[in-house]
Design a protein around this ligand. Structure first.
Ligand code: SF4
Length: 313
């Protein structure tokens, strides 16, 4: 077992955002009893993961910051001596500086917060939550103020609504004190016609990335294959990096696969062009959910024909 491999627990309650790409579709809530049960399971998972030598753990879910069990969960992590504990959250509750102070100094070492635009209009149109942009920005600022050693990761998704703001989101993130900028993929594909980009559109958007490559320091792209960029770079992570979950965790029934902790929306496949690709050995292929999107224009993609490696410092 690689001890640097991330492990994770899910802490769910409800989410104030109603993101257009999220399949919880405005109906996600947990009863007190369900949350208590989940907390007990998480406790058992955390102990098991610590016993197995993991030192990096992520708390995610919809949305852990809204769970009444967040502080107790962090307490259990501390008791089990995790070196790094990442909280993945919309972060809006940190617009209250006192709350930000409590959480980011309670044992959390990494914070991951999504930012979908540089204007209220764009960000809030994606979260479908008026005021979310202001609260998110305040939350990030307060987190940074409360703990200068905290590692802040800001992640975004490239969607129809914000594809023209991609570089601006990067600039704003760095201006807010982010240590890392992550361009993530949407994992839960529902009806994507309102927000989803086809491969041709993604390729056009990522051409901007190539032009700005030397400026985009500390950026990572997750689960986008190299052919969308036209070259190979280690900052484009195309290998499935699903965290390890404890034995008591169970993937929701509709996403279950044969592999423990690996949900169906993380499945990837190769297509015909992959067999002519020079970087296939470094690639897992396309997320099935992207291949299944209507009008994804895969015929516009060409395999990478040389191992051109581009790096940022
Ligand atoms: S192996 Fe396939 S998916 Fe991966 S970069 Fe090459 S062509 Fe794209």
């Amino acid at each position: 077992m690689n001890k640097n491999h991330p492990c994770a627990i899910i802490l769910e309650s409800q989410c104030s955002n109603r993101c257009i790409f999220c399949q919880s579709n405005n109906v996600f809530t947990r009863t007190q009893e369900e949350m208590r049960f989940e907390f007990e399971n998480n406790k058992a998972n955390i102990i098991q993961l610590a016993e197995n030598g993991f030192s990096y753990i992520e708390i995610s879910g919809r949305d852990p910051i809204e769970s009444p069990y967040l502080i107790s969960t962090i307490e259990v992590l501390k008791q089990n001596n995790f070196n790094d504990a990442q909280l993945t959250t919309h972060g809006m509750h940190f617009s209250d500086i006192n709350y930000a102070n409590i959480i980011v100094n309670s044992g959390i070492t990494i914070l991951k917060i999504p930012l979908y635009g540089v204007t209220e209009e764009i960000h809030d149109s994606i979260t479908q939550n008026k005021g979310s942009f202001k609260k998110t920005i305040e939350g990030i600022k307060n987190a940074r103020l409360s703990n200068k050693n905290l590692k802040i990761k800001i992640n975004t998704l490239i969607l129809k609504q914000n594809k023209h703001q991609f570089i601006d989101i990067y600039n704003l993130s760095m201006g807010l004190g982010a240590n890392q900028f992550i361009v993530d993929t949407v994992k839960l594909i529902g009806d994507s016609t309102i927000w989803g980009l086809n491969f041709q559109e993604l390729k056009t958007t990522f051409a901007l990335f190539s032009q700005n490559l030397t400026r985009l320091k500390n950026t990572r792209f997750i689960d986008y294959p190299f052919c969308l960029f036209g070259f190979y770079s280690p900052i484009i992570e195309n290998k499935n990096n699903v965290p390890t979950f404890g034995n008591k965790y169970s993937v929701p029934e509709i996403y279950k696969t044969e592999k423990h902790g690996h949900p169906a929306y993380r499945n990837k496949s190769f297509v015909d062009i992959c067999f002519k690709c020079k970087v296939k050995s470094k690639c897992d292929g396309f997320l099935d959910s992207y291949l299944n999107m209507q009008n994804n224009h895969i015929e516009k993609l060409i395999p990478v024909d040389r191992k051109l490696t581009l790096k940022t410092s």
